[in-house]
Structures are given as structure tokens and as C-alpha cells.
Ligand binder design. Structure first.
Ligand SMILES: [Zn+2]
Length: 213
């Protein structure tokens, strides 16, 4: 565990050194100071926040995020929709999240502000799907049970290897692979491979890149 943390620290340190407001993928929060005291009271810097329900796919409950992060979420929702249509023949009815705005430190690095502290990240637990309307086709080979509504969860399905669970695993992996290729959406992408993330994906737009899915 110790060596994993150290390796990630190196990644973060190196990436922070090269991040600058002038990079191609410019983002207004890049120049914001993320250092905080390791202990005691801390304050999260004020940023413009908006409430967002989702566009291409809606969230199960509205999210509170930095206004610039909303544009990243719009692109994320479009990717979710496209990959879901490819795998299941329809978009999910809801993206199930377990939080966006939360003023706190990064657990593994207590001298750094969490991107959640400025509404610049989202934790995604899974996706809920409705039934396929009658007479609407689905991708060949889709298990018949998946014509009805169902839930996909990172915790239950990331390692699914048979039947419907295998289809869910394929969806989740295809989704994260697509997001990794899209450098215009998220910069930090964490999942079950990262400590504390067995049951959700963490996506944010910090000024560095860190990937551990
Ligand atoms: Zn998170």
C-alpha cells in the first residue's frame, strides 16, 4: 500500500509541475491554490457554483458543481449515452452519483484540497436503466432479461464475468476506456484499482492527471 501511495505522489508531483494555464486544455480553476494545512480548520475557496440535473442523461438527484465543471459533465453524459446505446440499445434513465460538492482534504494527501471542495469532481456509483420500449431492437446477443429495467453498479459489476453481470462489466470498462481517451473531459479518473474506490468512480478536473481505474 505504501509503495502505491508513493508512486501516485510522484505522478501528482510531476503532473503539477507541467500543468499551466497556457496548456491546450485550459481550465479556469487551474491557477487556484490547492494547498491546505494538514490539520485543523480549513476553508474552501469560493467558486461559482450551479445546480445541474443532467442533459443527455439525468442524475438521480441534482448535483452542485463549479460552473465550468458542468460543461465537462455535459460531455460525460453524452459519452455515457453513446456507450450505453452501443452495449444495451438505450441510454440509462439515471446516473447514480454519491456526491459532488464537499469541502474536505484529499484523504491520502491531507495537505491538498479535494476537488470536491470546489465542486470540481463527481463520484459515480452506477447507472439505472429503464425497460426497452416494445418493438425497439437491442444489440445482438443482449441477454433477454436486460430488455427490462436494471441497475449497474461499480461495486457489484466491475468484475462481472458471466451472464448479465458480464455485460455490465463490459459497459463499465468500455465507458472508462472511452473517458480515458477523451482528454477534454476529466483529468483524474479513479476506480476500483485505487484505494477507497471499490464502489465508485471518481472523476475530476484537477490541474494534474492521475489515472487509476
Ligand atoms: Zn471523489
Amino acid at each position: 500500500m505504501k509503495s502505491v501511495a508513493l508512486a501516485c505522489m510522484v505522478v501528482i508531483g510531476a503532473a503539477m509541475a507541467v500543468a499551466s494555464p497556457a496548456q491546450a486544455d485550459d481550465y479556469a480553476l487551474d491557477s487556484l491554490e490547492r494547498s491546505v494545512p494538514a490539520k485543523g480548520k480549513m476553508q474552501c475557496p469560493p467558486v461559482e457554483l450551479v445546480t445541474w440535473r443532467g442533459d443527455a442523461v439525468r442524475y438521480h438527484s441534482p448535483v452542485r458543481v463549479y460552473v465550468g465543471f458542468r460543461e465537462r459533465l455535459r460531455k460525460f453524459e453524452a459519452v455515457v449515452k453513446d456507450v450505453a446505446i452501443e452495449v444495451y440499445g438505450r441510454a440509462p434513465s439515471k446516473i447514480v452519483h454519491i456526491g459532488t460538492l464537499n469541502c474536505r482534504r484529499i484523504r491520502l494527501w491531507p495537505t491538498l484540497l479535494s476537488e470536491h471542495g470546489i465542486g470540481n469532481g463527481i463520484d459515480v456509483a452506477g447507472f439505472d436503466f429503464g425497460a426497452v420500449p416494445r418493438k425497439v431492437g437491442v444489440p445482438q446477443g443482449l441477454p433477454p432479461a436486460l430488455r427490462k429495467g436494471f441497475s449497474v453498479r461499480v461495486k457489484a459489476h466491475w468484475e462481472g464475468n458471466a451472464g448479465a453481470a458480464a455485460v455490465h462489466a463490459r459497459f463499465l470498462h468500455r465507458l472508462t476506456e472511452t473517458l480515458l481517451q477523451r482528454h477534454d473531459i476529466f483529468r483524474v479518473l479513479l476506480g476500483p484499482a485505487y484505494p477507497g474506490h471499490k464502489d465508485h468512480f471518481h472523476f475530476d478536473c484537477a490541474p494534474w492527471r492521475l489515472v487509476s481505474i
